[in-house]
Design a protein. Structure first.
Length: 150
């Protein structure tokens, strides 16, 4: 009969195996969190190829064209303020605050964007972005595509 230390070691090994290679399927909530985070990080760091991957296929080329211009504004920070999922209807509304700057200005502006995400074939896709609140710093319209519907 194995001793206690052998059994304890075997239990630890089994737990470690399950943690590393066990159930790797993400829940719908985890996929939403991952999609929202990766998309908004990609916007923040001007990684348009990654961001475009979260849009409907028909809109990706236009998005890449708009966001690869040398005069595009730079996002300097963002904060996901709220995520309101409706899992029964495969939709989520996300409110994100973006701080951004035009390349020819030192003024930092703030824009809040309402993102509507829809679950399609187990992947969350960004279907619309709408500006929801007046910008601080005034002036120019937000560069983050207010009133874009995909």
């Amino acid at each position: 009969m194995p001793n206690r230390s052998t059994l304890a070691g075997l239990c630890l090994a089994l737990c470690a195996c399950q943690a590393c290679g066990g159930n790797t399927a993400l829940t719908t909530r985890e996929r939403l969190q991952k999609s929202v985070t990766r998309y908004n990080q990609a916007v923040r760091w001007s990684n348009s190829d990654v961001a475009a991957g979260y849009l409907p296929a028909a809109e990706r080329a236009r998005y890449l064209e708009e966001h690869s211009r040398p005069d595009a504004a730079a996002v300097v920070d963002y904060d996901v303020e709220s995520v309101t999922p409706d899992y029964a209807n495969d939709i989520a509304v996300v409110l994100v605050r973006f701080d951004w700057q035009d390349p020819d200005s030192i003024t930092i502006r703030t824009t809040r964007i309402r993102q509507v995400w829809k679950l399609e074939d187990k992947e969350w896709v960004l279907h619309s972005r709408t500006e929801v609140k007046e910008r601080k710093g005034g002036g120019k319209p937000a560069p983050l595509a207010p009133e874009k519907r995909f």
